[in-house]
Design a binder for this molecule. Sequence first.
Ligand code: AMP
Length: 483
Amino acid sequence: MTNEHPKFQNFPLDSRIQAAIAEMGYVTPTPIQVQAIPVVLAGRDVMGAAQTGTGKTAGYGLPSLQRILPKANPSMSPARHPVRVLILAPTRELADQVNENLVRYAAKTPLRVGVVYGGVDIKPQSEMLRKGVEVLTATPGRLLDHVEGRSVNLSQVEIVILDEADRMLDMGFLPDISRILNLLPAKRQNLMFSATFSPEIKKLAGNFLSSPVLIEVARENSTAETVQQVVYQVHDSEKTDVLIDMLKTGGPDNGPMKQVLVFVNAKITCRRLAGTLQRVGIKADAIHGDKSQDERTAALQAFKDGTCEVLVATDVAARGLDIAELPTVINFDVPFSAEDYVHRIGRTGRAGAKGLAVMFATGGDSRLVEAIEKLTRQKFNMQPLSPMSREERRARRGRSESESQDRRRTQWRDEDRQGRRPIDVPNAPKSVYDPIFDAPYEESEAPQTAPVEAVQRAADDRSGQRQKKKPRVSVLLGGFGRR
Ligand code: AMP
């Protein structure tokens, strides 16, 4: 399909699939769909370099359904519903999200679609598998549990898809993936999608794919052009205050920001930052690897329906979250891996929508920031945010920072490093608060800005009196505006 504005009707997809697409409100295929659908329909292997949010699920899902549709049947016999399409995904969230989409794409066909992942009761999954399912989405470990339990047979798989392959490698799934691939028929179609294109991914592609068609919707390791990226230089001790100001005042009409995904590097930061935000009246929740599946699902649902406005997440937990048109992503911590930056900000600016990606970088982060610049082939226009002096912070809090608080802070840092909670802090008052995470918030009188548009407004408005009234916030606004 080479015309400039292709429509779904142009694809040779069954009318039942077309009807499902129409019901979902899809009108125009996304670039990855334009490229992938004909290639997958033709039975070719594919290496897709595509970020989440590009519509890649339909890009591989629709043509895969089409290819197995001739074998679809209404029989009740499990034997007539073997797994024919297998999608491997790194996380429960992504597996769920992929499955949700596939269920809808296949809703008008007799094809059975299902999902299995760890962290939940295995029995209902086994029952579902035993009844037969043609399109199965799975996380690798749980799929192997089912293979061992003999609830699934993979000998009739015709199409296998590795979704977010880079993340699967990061998470150490390579041995599981190899075991699974060994259980599949040698003659099959292989599709692989990855947001980033590291040498390891290229190696996996070399082993897994046969004469693949390379599909790239954006430049290698690039970030979406619709995402405005802003990096603020902040002092470590300021991050929480700056974040709170931004969340409370950066939304439309100078109100609170809504649907903000805040990324942190450690589970403990995740928990504590969400707690701090809640204490200052921000509807926040945390999503990290220690949360149960039910808790994650509930947090995600609350975030989607707006009950929760700020979701603080670690990389693994946030992987694959499908939240349409997320306006803002804030990197509270600079990610340790540059590729995680691409993934993180891929949450916003989807399907052509405008997005804002903010990152707080401290002096110690410069090498990580450089690595991101190198990977994404850009130079950040770093916005200085002058460190608040100790006196300013004291005045802001209305209380002094005692020696013991400093000691406590050191303890917390050590705790973050070791990833565990200190049992006791010698000589520290029991009720002492943490200067980084528990700083009380005072309502700002400063003008507020909304992401993107307001960022521009702030640029034109930098000379206002507010800067005099509220020096710290005005520096923030000045920073916003300079991009
Ligand atoms: P994905 O990148 O597959 O996770 O898709 C991101 C989001 O875009 C999902 O909510 C899809 O349902 C949606 N989507 C995918 N393709 C289209 C399309 N052609 N038109 C509108 N929305 C789409």
